[in-house]
Design a protein around this ligand. Structure first.
Ligand SMILES: Cc1ncc(COP(=O)(O)O)c(C=O)c1O
Length: 383
């Protein structure tokens, strides 16, 4: 599929300059139709749970194929927090490995859920200050030891687009005998992804951003050799070996990553998520990655030429799909841009614009024109 054909699947792009995929991906006609198929199946079948559970399995297999994993290494979860918490509650913190190594790049939820494990003996070690959005791998390396249990880390920071050197971090963490759990939410769908090549132990992501799906479903990859060691504290019938045996005992565990699931799956969201993943396959990960990198580069260059306070790393390998510029009042700036038809988002004192392969050069030019028009609200690049 060409990028123009891909773009044509998203009606909002005909009406708005939509550069907010880091918050929520645009709605395609394909995902809208899939959600309609869910409601139609409910109307016609009443309770077609076999069909709905089949759709969950489709999502599992599709996502596994997208990241180079096998379906039995994937759990379908309701959000990224719950997915990561399933891992957190399955780890023991009563032995010599009690440390959880966090950096400042995390989305807040990913720091909260680990701090809550302190009651079970976990000790939080900060690789970088909690507000340091560019914690480099060196800071993690300095704090890794034989006390480190796990390094939960964001691949791309939601606040400024900083992208961590993941292969190096994984190698160093494994040398220290620690696990690595990647929060890939700001990355999955923006570039080719191969979990085996990366060597991560766990990967958490969701469908609502760059995977083009709706809210309500997240996806969890667990390396096969780790799966059978994990017994989360929140569990239920979907974690059992035979959920539809409806047996109260024993508390057995599915031999697959499904053991991390708990209750009924988020079926309407799953329908949309399947359609989003199928659509994303059409242009292909290489073409998607190339287009996003090109648009990000065009934006960073344009912002630097204008002397703006670009908070996203200048080096292409150190950044993801979003570009952040400093503003005197980022909320007001986002609102002014929205009034001009440019949908972006604000986080703290930064205005975020993010790109998917459905965006084009004209979108970038419209963003830059909007920044020119609102220049008084933007900060200068520090000397
Ligand atoms: C990096 C990252 N992780 C996690 C989340 C949200 O996780 P959840 O699905 O639990 O809301 C976001 C949301 O913006 C995010 O950017």
């Amino acid at each position: 599929m060409t990028l123009d054909d891909f773009r044509a699947r998203f009606p909002i792009l005909g009406r708005r300059v939509y550069v907010n995929s880091c918050s929520q991906g645009a709605l395609s006609i394909d995902v809208e139709a899939a959600i309609g198929r869910f409601t139609a199946s409910w109307h016609s079948g009443g309770s077609p749970w076999d069909q709905w559970v089949g759709e969950v399995e489709r999502l599992r297999a599709l996502f596994a194929g997208t990241i180079g994993a096998d379906a039995d290494e994937i759990a379908v979860m309701p959000n990224a927090t719950v997915a990561a918490a399933a891992i957190a509650t399955a780890l023991p913190f009563d032995g010599p490995r009690r440390e959880v190594l966090l950096g400042g790049v995390e989305f807040p939820t990913m720091a909260h859920l680990w701090q809550a494990q302190a009651r079970r003996g976990a000790q939080i070690v900060w690789a970088g200050a909690p507000d340091d959005s560019r914690t480099p791998v060196e800071c993690y390396e300095a704090r890794l030891s034989d006390r480190t249990s796990i390094v939960p880390v964001a691949h791309v920071c939601f606040r400024n687009g900083y992208r961590l050197d993941l292969p190096r971090l994984v190698a160093r963490a494994h040398d220290a005998g620690a696990l690595v759990m990647v929060d890939d939410y700001q990355h999955t769908g923006t570039a080719p992804l191969d979990v085996r090549a990366l060597g991560v132990d766990v990967l958490v992501t969701g469908t609502l951003k760059y995977l083009l799906g709706p809210p309500g479903v997240s996806l969890l990859y667990v390396r096969r050799s780790l799966v059978e060691q994990l017994e989360p504290l929140v569990t239920g019938w979907f974690g059992r070996a035979e959920p539809f045996a409806f047996a109260l005992t024993p508390l057995d565990w599915s031999s697959s990553a499904r053991r991390l699931e708990s209750g009924s799956p988020p079926v309407p969201s799953v329908y949309g998520a399947v359609a989003g993943l199928e659509l994303l396959r059409m242009p292909g990960a290489d073409q998607v990655g190339h287009q996003i990198a090109r648009l990000v580069n065009r934006t960073v260059t344009g912002a630097l030429d204008r002397g703006l306070d670009v908070r996203t790393p200048i080096t292409p390998s150190e950044r993801g799909a979003l570009v952040v510029v400093g503003a005197t009042d980022a909320q007001a700036l986002a609102a002014r841009l929205a009034a001009r038809g440019v949908i972006a988002s604000a986080r703290g004192s930064g205005l975020r614009v993010s790109f998917h392969a459905y965006n084009n050069d004209a979108d970038v030019d419209a963003v830059l024109a909007g920044l020119d028009a609102e220049r008084p609200l933007l900060l200068d690049r520090p000397a």
